[in-house]
Design a protein around this ligand. Structure first.
Ligand code: SF4
Length: 615
């Protein structure tokens, strides 16, 4: 086996309490790299189309990449892959911290969970020994409290824990998993899948070395990359404010979601932005081997107690802040802390509560629906209360817990106000002036998430100077390079924000694994994985109609701010989508053609789509 891999995948069948190990398929290192790539292949092979995402036959894959756990900038990432209970399609979410690195040191590249345990359990992965243990005493606890209690009970503060809160136990469709006190696998409802399997937490501890094919060359590249990062002029602001600095950036450009995306500039943006956060920040926080330390520990007082949170980062502050009309950072921090402990995604939570605040103000819902809560924009106490109700599935919280599909089904008049694609609540950029970003959200394989392609900055800069082809090409490039980091098991922020040359990752891969490669080849593999996840979605019914942004971006012009009057034109978007499909080698329904799948080495996927009558 090549360097960088531990050559073992754990399989845990919870219905049978059976633990086994398998070797990764021989050519997976080359074809699917690791992390997200391996997970996508597992889901393709092992999860049937009719499987209920919250039933015993759904599988969750947890996988590091070949660079995870090594001296590579920010090499602590692990991908979690499955079929989402929120969208019913392919889903992945990556988690930072150090869990993925520890998993490798424990002797495993990845593990899968299938089946359903009869009683609440946690999994202990201890340097090659694996046990399914009783978790009765932890069931019902918050995700952060669970981590604290497990470490105390195990007498080891250095283990790494991935846990769910009450939201995961109660199958909230946007429940997340939390690790290292606030590093979350936030999107697509992975916490609900873990809850459906009655797994409260996974604990990992390991001491093994990770093999490297060419240590001397590897150390040279590592030294060079850390040196380059340390000399970058933007490192300081990233260490001080992390992504929260983006609040001011988005507000100045008029793309900050405000009051459920009705507006795009927030009059009190500076109150929830990076400068304000520095007033309550106590220290930096970093994931494994990360010199960028974008995490911020913030501490505020609430009566006699302290609220300590890692964050908020940009998406959280925008969605629990401006999108809900919240004007003070302390409320955002309290909401962030609550979401982490309850185990719910901050983006989906803020998106849905903002949607219902607009519905309340427009008279679509009333106090009878909310249980007496004055669910108006800016009402911080209402925000905090509803978060708890979602996790416990109480009152209106029970409907919100079903995600945007359930909310728009229950109150049909909320449909035109809902900011979502494919059933995933949109994250925090308004796209009315950015057709490229609208395309990025709409064609993202997990739904309206910013993680795959972030082209808004360039799009706003180029505006009319750009053709549909320019936009589509950049979206496609991002959809290959950004998920590549998830396959390798590293954070992408050094590449995005500190301009670390992307070809260095091909050099890392070559020296670590011993498989000689180039960035171009890695991007081709990432393209194949993107086509594989599209195929997973196609067999689940996704087609062209699902690749459109929400109605609001076509119908409601931006009412004020620097982009006043901007609106996306439907014909322009149609042309953009056609161009995107053409460049990808997909037909006009958005289905990869036989030629494309064959070119990418996915002949078996092509055959399967043919059998399904899709191509
Ligand atoms: S840049 Fe931030 S998210 Fe990325 S690895 Fe470092 S601390 Fe973690």
């Amino acid at each position: 086996m090549n360097g960088g891999y531990m050559n073992s995948i754990l399989r845990i069948d919870l219905s049978k309490s059976k633990i086994s190990e398998e070797k990764p398929v021989e050519d997976w290192a080359v074809k699917y790299i690791g992390g997200r790539g391996w997970g996508a292949r597992k889901v393709w092979e092992e999860v049937g189309v009719e499987v209920n995402p919250l039933g015993p036959d759904n599988l969750i894959f947890f996988g590091s990449g070949p660079l995870t756990g090594l001296l590579v900038p920010s090499a602590g990432k692990m991908s979690i892959v499955s079929i989402s209970p929120a969208t019913g399609i392919y889903a992945d979410s990556s988690v930072g911290g150090a869990f993925g690195a520890e998993l490798k040191q424990a002797g495993y590249d990845a593990f899968t969970l299938k089946g359903v345990s009869k009683k609440p359990v946690y999994i202990m992965i201890d340097d090659g020994d694996v046990e399914i243990r009783d978790a009765k005493e932890y069931w019902g606890l918050g995700a952060l409290t669970t981590e604290e209690r497990l470490k105390k009970d195990l007498g080891d503060n250095d283990v790494h824990v991935l846990s769910i809160g009450p939201a995961g136990e109660n199958l909230v469709k946007f429940a997340c998993m939390t690790s290292d006190y606030g590093r979350n696998a936030g999107r697509t409802g992975m916490g609900a899948i873990m809850g459906s399997k009655r797994v409260k937490a996974i604990v990992v501890r390991g001491f093994k070395d990770i093999p490297i094919a060419d240590v001397d060359k590897f150390m040279d590249i590592a030294y060079e990359s850390y040196r380059t990062i340390s000399e970058n002029e933007f490192l300081d602001i990233w260490q001080r404010q992390g992504t929260l600095q983006v609040i001011e950036w988005a507000n100045e450009r008029g793309v900050l979601p405000t009051r459920n995306f009705q507006e795009t500039s927030f009059e009190q943006a500076e109150e929830i932005g990076g400068d304000k956060m520095e007033e309550v920040k106590t220290t930096d926080r970093a994931c494994f081997a990360c010199p960028m330390t974008c995490g911020n520990y913030c501490v505020i007082k609430e009566g006699d107690t302290k609220v300590v949170v890692e964050g908020p980062e940009y998406e959280t502050a925008a969605m629990l802040g401006s999108a809900c009309g919240i004007t003070d950072l302390k409320t955002v921090i309290r909401a962030n802390n609550l979401c982490d402990d309850l185990g719910i995604d901050t983006i989906s939570s803020g998106n849905l509560i903002g949607l219902l605040m607009e519905a309340y103000e427009k008279g679509i819902i009333n106090k009878e629906d909310t249980g007496g809560i004055e669910l108006k924009f800016g009402n911080g106490e209402a925000l905090l209360k509803v978060l708890g109700m979602i996790a416990r599935r109480e009152g209106i919280g029970d409907i919100i817990a079903g995600g945007v599909k359930a909310v728009t089904e229950r109150w049909k008049d909320t449909k035109p106000l809902a900011m979502q694609t494919k059933g995933l609540e949109q994250s925090a950029y308004d796209t009315r002036a950015s057709p490229g970003m609208a395309l990025a959200y709409a064609t993202c394989d997990v739904g309206a998430h910013h993680s795959r392609a972030w082209v808004i900055s360039k799009d706003l800069e180029m505006q009319d100077k750009w053709t549909a082809e320019d936009r589509a090409r950049l979206v496609i490039y991002h959809q290959h390079i950004r998920p590549l980091f998830d396959c390798l098991g590293v954070c992408r922020l050094e590449w995005i924000e500190l301009s670390l040359d992307e070809s260095i990752y091909a050099d890392f891969y070559t020296t670590v694994t011993g498989i000689k490669t180039t960035l171009k080849e890695l991007l081709e593999r990432s393209e194949a994985i993107y086509n594989l996840t599209r195929a997973i979605n196609v067999v689940r019914g996704i087609s062209r109609a699902d690749d459109y942004p929400p109605e609001r971006v076509f119908c409601d012009p931006v009412p004020s701010g620097p982009l006043k009057g901007k609106l996306l034109q439907r014909e322009e978007y149609d042309e953009l989508l056609d161009t995107y499909y053409r460049l990808r080698g997909w037909n006009d329904k958005g289905i990869p053609t036989k030629e494309t799948l064959t070119r990418l080495g996915l002949e078996d996927v092509s055959l399967s789509l043919e059998k399904n009558g899709k191509i």
